[in-house]
Design a protein around this ligand. Structure first.
Ligand SMILES: NC(=O)C1=CN([C@@H]2O[C@H](COP(=O)(O)OP(=O)(O)OC[C@H]3O[C@@H](n4cnc5c(N)ncnc54)[C@H](O)[C@@H]3O)[C@@H](O)[C@H]2O)C=CC1
Ligand SMILES: O=C([O-])CC(=O)C(=O)O
Length: 327
């Protein structure tokens, strides 16, 4: 192993998403086939036994790229020297709940984690929040680590993007790789707006290719918005393998150059782009040069899209007000 390993913290490492995610990271899916990785696995005390078992399984894979694995329930130890912090650990919702209902239970987890990241992580640390409600949990962590630049904080809407891509591809009868420019705007919640107006299929506007605005507005949007709930209903627990896959995609898209003309969705700290509210963690169309990211420019926003984006940003503002005491 000639390259220095990238050290990655994963919270909730013994949970359902953790059980898929760790093996993808260790096998090279996240940082590529010639990049060694080291894992700092963080759990709460009662789950340390289960984490031990997961670590034994990591050992049993003899992954060529895995340089080191540490398990801890101490946040200072867990976030020590990490280059990436993947904040998965938190309680998932049950059937009948909205993700925002978890704010009371999960929000406070992210104050201590933000502080511990600021105190212990490597100087280049970047954080992706997965635990729900992920936008506002990310807001809490970011505001508890004010010396870390705001452009290093992300919340995950890539699973929504991937879901939207598959819905459009399947309606158009094409492979998912034909669908590009799929923006999820706003909150990772039932108000998110999967923007079919700017999505493309085979390089053409998706709305033109599908040619059924009624379906796009009245079926496509709610199916994507409610996909998490549909998985919970079918599986009895929330999306795990597809969520882990989306974490891999998120980090990969931030660390490799975006294909020219395309973009991906991730929630970042808004600077007011597209008239979103500055300071909120809002999903936007993002491009990367492999090192730095920026918001895709000149994406047209029509009246329909404007109303949908505003509704989701309003919900983020309400969540912000609910957690003011934690910021
Ligand atoms: N943003 C997104 O697209 C998605 C987000 N999620 C969210 O991800 C979170 C995790 O989901 P699962 O892995 O299925 O849940 P899970 O219940 O299977 O695992 C969560 C793990 O987190 C651990 N944990 C709880 N509090 C912790 C803390 N303070 N520090 C460290 N670890 C802690 C638990 O011990 C458990 O092992 C949930 O909040 C879920 O709603 C799930 C799917 C998609
Ligand atoms: O729906 C949930 O609670 C889990 C989640 O965030 C998703 O699957 O998108």
């Amino acid at each position: 192993m000639s390259k220095k390993p990238i050290r990655v913290a994963v919270t909730g490492a013994a949970g359902q998403i953790g059980y898929s995610l760790l093996f993808r990271i260790a096998s090279g899916s996240m940082f590529g086939p010639d990049q060694p990785v080291a894992l700092n696995l963080i759990e709460i005390e009662p789950a340390m036994g289960a984490l031990e078992g997961v670590m034994m399984e990591l050992d049993d894979c003899a992954f060529p790229l895995l340089a080191d694995v540490r398990g801890s329930c101490d946040l200072n130890e867990g976030f020590k020297d990490v280059n990436w912090a993947l904040l998965v650990g938190s309680v998932p919702r049950k059937a009948g709940m909205e993700r925002g209902d978890l704010l009371n239970i999960n929000g406070k987890i992210f104050t201590g984690q933000g502080q511990a990241i600021e105190k212990n992580a490597a100087s280049d640390v970047r954080t992706v929040v997965v635990g729900n409600p992920c936008n506002t949990n990310c807001l809490i962590a970011m505001n508890n680590a004010k010396s870390i630049p705001q452009d290093r904080w992300f919340a995950m809407t890539r699973l929504d993007e991937n879901r939207a891509i598959t819905q459009l591809a399947s309606k158009a009868g094409v492979h998912s790789t034909e669908v590009t420019n799929m923006t999820i705007w706003g909150n990772h919640s039932a108000t998110q707006y999967p923007d079919f107006y700017n999505a493309k299929i085979g390089g053409k506007p998706a709305a033109e290719v599908i040619n059924d605005e009624g379906w796009l507005k009245d079926t496509f949007i709610p199916v994507v918005q409610q996909r998490g709930a549909a998985i919970i209903k079918a599986r009895g627990s929330s999306s795990a393998a597809s969520a882990a896959n989306a974490v891999v995609d998120t980090v990969r898209s931030l660390t490799t150059p975006t294909a020219p003309g395309n973009w991906n969705s991730v929630a970042v700290c808004s600077k007011g782009e597209y008239d979103t509210k500055p300071g909120l963690i809002t999903s936007l169309p993002i491009v990367s040069d492999g090192t730095n990211w920026s918001v895709a420019e000149n994406v047209p926003v029509n009246e329909f899209s404007r109303a949908k984006i505003d509704a989701s940003v309003d919900e983020l503002a309400t969540e912000h007000d609910l957690v003011k005491g934690l910021l």
